[in-house]
Design a protein around this ligand. Structure first.
Ligand SMILES: [Fe+2]
Ligand SMILES: [Fe+2]
Length: 288
């Protein structure tokens, strides 16, 4: 396997971040969220719709379980966190490098916004690393299995997930056991026992789980679970711990959505600060 060769993420999106930009139009600042949520369908680009169609069609409980067997516990390679950031940066999008930020620049922008708000060091570190799970693309996973809003599988799909009509093509719709609100899960049994659609969130949370506080792990694991943290769906699957911890997921979300500002962070200047921050919490290498 040659990691030096630039690789693109396969799928309908020109850039992996097009999905995140679609979230910004769904959840704009200063607008009534309900109104924006209603309009997102008409505003979404055809490539974003196609992305959701594939994601909702193929993310089944069986698919999620097979990816968990394949990637968990993480064992593909050993890398430090900074090395993983550089590895993610080799992901090639059909974007213009003069106007679009690199993956490292995106991560630093998120972390820098948290730093400006005097967030604690573990919080800033969480911002820096939260999307490193996107290296799944470099392991050959298609876009629909790396990014996208996450949602539980093995129970009824909520219509508060974006483009719920695309769930009609999901084979799990034919399994009677999965059609009730809690499906195969116990009501109030807690999200830890619930399988969410597979992607960069769950994967990264498993890579870093022994090194960050619980709040940070919630932020990483559920940052794309918009149906829950923005729309209030799937409350029945949660326990009281989840409900308390989701305050942190919500505190994290604005930085993720709105940090993609115009200014380009100066990676070379910021590198020493972030390398120190990484070394404060993480060993020199981790299993990915
Ligand atoms: Fe993300
Ligand atoms: Fe992000």
């Amino acid at each position: 396997m040659s990691d030096a060769r630039p690789q693109s993420a396969s799928g309908p999106l020109e850039r992996l971040d097009d999905w995140e930009e679609s979230l910004q139009s769904r959840y704009p600042t200063g607008h009534k969220p309900k109104e924006a949520f209603r309009n997102y369908r008409t505003e979404a680009r055809p490539s974003v719709k196609e992305f959701y169609r594939l994601n909702h069609r193929y993310q089944t409980l069986d698919f999620v379980l097979s990816k968990k067997r394949e990637y968990l516990p993480p064992r593909r390679r050993r890398m430090g966190v900074w090395e993983a950031m550089e590895f993610l940066n080799t992901l090639v999008d059909d974007s213009d490098p003069d106007t679009e930020l690199s993956q490292i620049e995106h991560l630093m922008q998120t972390a820098e916004a948290m730093r400006r708000d005097d967030r604690p060091r573990w919080f800033i570190l969480t911002g820096l690393i939260h999307d490193l799970g996107k290296i799944l693309c470099l392991f050959g996973e298609p876009q629909w299995a790396v990014v996208g809003d996450t949602f539980p599988v093995g129970c009824a799909f909520s219509d508060r997930v974006a483009f719920p009509e695309f769930f009609a093509d999901n084979p799990d719709r034919q399994i009677p056991q999965y059609q009730s609100p809690c499906g195969i899960y116990e009501e109030g049994g807690g999200l830890d026992r619930v399988h969410l659609s597979w992607g960069h969130d769950e994967y990264l949370s498993q890579v870093v789980k022994d090194h960050l506080p619980e709040e940070a792990l919630y932020m990483i694991r559920y940052h794309s679970f918009y149906a829950a943290h923005r729309e209030g769906a799937y409350d029945r699957l949660m326990n009281d711990r989840d409900r308390a911890m989701f305050a942190w997921v919500r505190a994290f979300n604005p930085y993720d959505l709105y940090s993609k500002a115009q200014s380009r962070p100066d990676v070379a200047t910021l590198r020493p600060f972030y390398k120190d921050l990484i070394a404060e919490f993480f060993p020199p290498t981790l299993a990915w």
